[in-house]
Ligand binder design. Structure first.
Ligand code: FES
Length: 365
């Protein structure tokens, strides 16, 4: 989901440590293999389909139309249990009746341990997930939920510049709250097609002129060059929205220091052609099994062919679910998650899309 993800391992500031809530259950590590898969039904009763050992099911407790084509859902434990903690930028998986999943950013109150909120844009050209949420899911229904996971975490900074396009406001909303709570200097530039199609504008009004709302039919495209101005030390830039906006933000930040910009994409950018066209071998370190991945199969598919299950979700290199540790060999990273440093460091790959540069990869499987 994130083109330049930001799973920064730097220690939290003392303020943020103080503000962190007690964690009964940990937030999912970013993209760890073995992420939870849950079940989904559309009515009361036991969930069905797509079960996993640590499956969990949440109930839709509120459904609100928050903009044209955007509905917000609140989810809670049917038995009132505390939900796993999360941090701004995190997303959850919704498990659809056919077992496939869709990722949605958490956009509610991270300090509320009993409710998750997501905002879902109806995507007319989508694969059916948003239509299901809009047309089928109702208050009282049970839904399967995986996660939360965070590949777009808010790193400590003196100053934040947030750029949102359309439904890309959802992961940034909790970041804005967090930055404001921490007393950081921050600004948000929020663009959309029409004011009526822009979700959560009313919630943002409390922040006054820190937030600049730019409906295209009123004011044209957001002025990124003015907003991003010149690189400033200690400033982190977060952007989420359609690919053209993110490409424009990346271009506007070309002179900023490395890692100043962090983006999250809902759809993977078109990957470059694989480095190698020839088959390569994958050795599974725990069993010693060696399998060959032909050019027309993904590593994930090849693993599945020999009965090695790796949890997956988006299968586009954007959600982080299928992360596998690489013990040897050189991956051809084709995901939208790792930044250049993470790629150089090696150590992991997302097997739904990434392949091999070397003749053999050794995976911790
Ligand atoms: S990154 Fe989503 S399944 Fe691989």
């Amino acid at each position: 989901m994130a083109a330049l993800s930001s799973d920064d391992q730097r220690p939290l500031s003392s303020i943020e440590k103080t503000l962190r809530p007690r964690r009964d259950l940990p937030e999912r590590s970013p993209g760890r293999r073995g992420g939870r898969v849950h079940t989904l039904t559309s009515t009361d009763g036991p969930a069905t389909g797509g079960a996993a050992a640590d499956a969990a099911t949440l109930r839709v407790t509120a459904r609100t139309v928050v903009a044209d084509g955007v509905v917000a859902l609140e989810l809670a434990s049917p038995s009132g249990l505390r939900l796993p903690d999360w941090t701004p930028g995190a997303h959850i998986d919704l498990v659809l009746p056919d077992g496939t999943t869709r990722q949605y950013s958490l956009c509610g109150d991270r300090w509320d341990p009993h409710a998750y909120r997501i905002g879902v844009l109806r995507e007319e050209a989508g694969r059916g997930g948003s239509a299901y949420v809009h047309d089928v899911l109702r208050v009282g229904d049970l839904v399967g939920v995986g996660g939360p996971r965070n590949r777009f975490a808010l790193v400590p900074a003196d100053r934040y510049l947030f750029v949102a396009g359309g439904i890309g406001i959802t992961p940034l909303l909790p970041m804005v709250r967090q930055a404001d709570l921490l007393g950081a200097d921050w600004r948000l530039l929020y663009g959309g097609r029409r004011r009526a199609s822009m979700a959560f504008v009313d919630e943002l009004s409390r922040y006054g002129d820190r937030v600049e709302v730019v409906p295209r039919d009123e004011a044209g495209h957001p002025d990124l060059h003015r907003f991003l101005d010149t690189p400033a030390p200690g400033t982190a830039v977060y952007a989420c929205g359609p690919a053209p906006l993110l490409d424009a933000v990346q271009a506007a930040c070309s002179s900023w220091p490395p890692h100043a910009l962090r983006t999250e994409r809902f759809v993977a950018a078109e990957p470059a052609a694989p480095v190698r066209r020839a088959p390569f071998d994958v050795e599974l370190a725990r069993s010693g099994v060696v399998l060959t991945v032909p050019p027309h199969r993904t590593v994930l598919e090849a693993l599945d062919d020999v009965g090695v299950e790796v949890l997956s979700s988006c299968r586009q290199g954007v959600c982080g679910t299928c992360e596998v540790t690489v013990l040897a060999g050189e991956p051809d990273h084709r995901d939208a998650l790792l930044d250049d440093d993470e790629r150089r460091a090696g150590g992991c790959m997302f097997v739904c899309v990434s392949r091999a540069r070397s003749d053999r990869l050794v995976l911790d499987l």
